[in-house]
Design a protein around this ligand. Sequence first.
Ligand code: NAD
Length: 454
Amino acid sequence: MQIINPATEEVIREIAEDSQEIIIKKYQAALDGQPAWAAVPLHQRIACISKFYQLLEEEKKELAEILTSEVGKPLQQSYNELNGARNRIEFFIKNAAKWLGDEWIEEEGATREKIVYEPLGVIANISAWNYPYLVGVNVFIPALIGGNAVLYKPSEYATLTGLQIQRLLYRSGIPENVFQVITGKGAAGQTLLELPLNGYFFTGSYRTGKYIAEHTAGKLVPVQLELGGKDPLYVMDDVEDIRVVAGAALEGAVYNNGQSCCAVERIYVQEKIYEPFVQAFVEQARKMPVGDPLDAKTEIGPLSRKEQLKTLMEQVTDAKLKGAEILLGGKQAGAKGYFFEPTVVVNTNHNMKLMTEESFGPVIGIQKVKDDQEAVQLMKDTPYGLTAAVYSKNFDRAEAVMKQMDTGTVYWNCCDRVSAGLPWSGRKNSGLGATLSYQGIRAFVQPKAYHLRG
Ligand code: NAD
């Protein structure tokens, strides 16, 4: 398997894909190791994770450079991702004991009752490439703290980072048979689906997520899916500073080269402020430096995957054919690397793929709406349900919109953000189950009810 730098198109490394035989061996090792790991006292398991937290800080320069070299995100954003991952790990370190300890329901009387939280066993963590540290730690950290063994399949586009994670977890004291990286593409993931694992935790596209749900349904084990989105952002006519809101919406749309599950994917603007909003948006987008992700000034690097260039071009062409106007960008940039120009499209409508299908790139459509009712109707016109954002001075007015969203997350005067203390969940085609918060700690254990007499 070749690891390609998306900025230069050079092959950085060649890595052997795990064969079916190797994956089965790793599974057997995990089966052997899991009970002993579950028997390690909770505070000691947490101590290993604290060590990992510390190593991420100590080695952040090397880790950030490796991440940028294989996924192309601007270097500063690789540092941001490592810091963000450490914040989430800190949340788990501080809160795990509270949610995993034995819970007494009745301590007195003839029958005493308590709940004990036991690990699921050996689980698969099949992961995406866009934020390998963030989406990874959502799963493998609480899973390990909960006493599970993890077969971690990083995306084939983030394999080097996956191997770094494994190296640092081993240095932190996690036994080698308790956390194992499975290298490979879809076929390696497929082998995991065929093994009798005790849980499947997936981050990736709707297409693969649905396939995994269908192929594991008969096992009757927990399956959690964190999938894609087509997240809307609505700007009401009462915002105080149109320029600032346009800047925030732009950042939400193009951060990580637009490759965030909760990226702003479509913008609706109330007609009274539509013209100044679009002007402020384009002005700021035009100034964003595109280029070498290792250059500290760069804000937009290459896309991580070559195929995505074609998807973006198709969306832009389809929108143009159906009457949209391209105010900025609209094509691949540079002779080398998978660069796409920051692209702003107006006169859009929901007949265009750009407004209905996940773009996953620095490309955004802006649509004018006459009132909140029309905005709500358009925001809800999607098979996805990850996040939705509203910008307004008036909380009551914003809340009336937020309440109508069928999404796992809503934002008022912010967007494209995740908090360790809140559940991260998608509805409809955006997923199943939640990570983060106390719910994301309990997701990796199963309750046992004790009825005690005598
Ligand atoms: P993907 O579905 O192409 O791949 C995800 C993982 O699934 C990879 O590790 C891949 O090798 C594996 N895989 C592929 N085929 C498989 C099969 N048949 N069986 C088992 N595993 C298989 O997704 P991607 O391109 O890596 O990620 C991008 C998508 O992830 C976007 O849609 C994005 O919105 C979504 N995402 C969602 C969240 C969230 O929290 N909701 C976070 C990050 C990314």
